[in-house]
Design a protein around this ligand. Structure first.
Ligand SMILES: *[C@@H]1O[C@H](CO)[C@@H](O)[C@H](O)[C@H]1NC(C)=O
Ligand SMILES: *[C@@H]1O[C@H](CO)[C@@H](O)[C@H](O)[C@H]1NC(C)=O
Ligand SMILES: *[C@@H]1O[C@H](CO)[C@@H](O)[C@H](O)[C@H]1NC(C)=O
Length: 245
């Protein structure tokens, strides 16, 4: 009984005050901002500090973030195959710069515009279908780099109360992802037939943005969920008052 009480008391202390953001994270008064750069710089700096795990918030490192598996559906024009990506590692967030961030208090929406100069994916892939009317198949390792990847991210937030404090949760998110260019490599395409693989990769590289734009919404939906998952981890532990000054 003593143990139980002690445990409950400890729980109460922790939850009643809510977690604080790590001291390096900057706070902004969102009611005042309209045009100033406090929020963009605070977000940019928070992303940079997430290059290592933050245990008290249960946050994994962004460098590099692992997604166990991701399936990008076919497009409607050029890509007639699912892209199955497994053991996907994302990196390059440490060089993110954010030019805009705005919080709309009437709508409870947070809007960000950031650029990741080298948004890198390393993965195992499985392909079986057609790209640009050409048969393609393979199973192996690969990487891609989205260069100057412009991210426009909007979160719609809801509010709830826990132990007398206000918290946000994420109701929905929308990501727009526009790289200036894209580079990639796929090992073991055509089960290791190098000549066919090289010919195919050359064609894909010449048309890489057309191919990307055909499946863009699939990537945006997937990465939108990844970013929302990470942001939600902060929101569920840190009360609104401790996020925005
Ligand atoms: C970001 O990380 C990469 C890979 O670890 C490193 O080469 C690069 O110098 C880092 N950039 C900054 C701005 O810290
Ligand atoms: C917030 O959203 C409302 C409703 O869409 C809009 O009327 C208002 O102009 C927005 N405020 C800002 C600061 O963007
Ligand atoms: C691809 O390779 C992996 C590892 O060798 C294997 O587990 C998987 O079943 C393969 N997938 C296909 C579709 O052949």
């Amino acid at each position: 009984m003593k143990l139980l009480l002690a445990t409950l008391w400890a729980c109460f202390i922790v939850t009643s005050f809510g977690a604080k953001l790590p001291s390096g994270f900057k706070k902004c008064n969102v009611r005042q901002i309209t045009s100033d750069m406090c929020l963009p710089k605070a977000i940019e700096s928070a992303i940079k500090q997430m290059d290592h795990p933050i245990k008290k918030l249960g946050l994994v490192s962004l460098e590099s973030l692992v997604v166990p598996s991701l399936i990008i559906d076919s497009g409607s024009k050029y890509v007639a195959t699912k892209q199955i990506l497994k053991n996907l590692k994302l990196s390059g967030f440490n060089e993110t710069s954010c030019s805009k961030a705005g919080f709309n208090y009437t709508e409870n929406t947070l809007n960000l515009e950031c650029v990741v100069p080298n948004f890198r994916l390393d993965f195992n892939y499985e392909l079986h279908g057609q790209i640009m009317m050409l048969s393609v198949y393979g199973n192996g390792t690969g990487w891609s780099i989205f260069r100057d990847n412009q991210l426009g991210l909007t979160f719609k937030l809801g509010e709830y109360e826990k132990k007398g404090q206000k918290y946000f949760n994420i109701l929905s998110q929308q990501l727009d992802m526009q790289p200036r260019d894209l580079d990639f490599d796929l090992q073991n395409l055509f089960d290791g037939d190098e000549e066919s693989a090289d010919r195919m990769k050359k064609i894909f590289k010449q048309n890489v943005l057309d191919i990307y734009y055909d499946v863009k919404s699939g990537y945006e939906e997937a990465f939108g969920k990844v970013f929302a998952y990470l942001f939600e981890k902060i929101l569920e532990k840190v009360p609104v008052a401790n996020i925005f000054g």
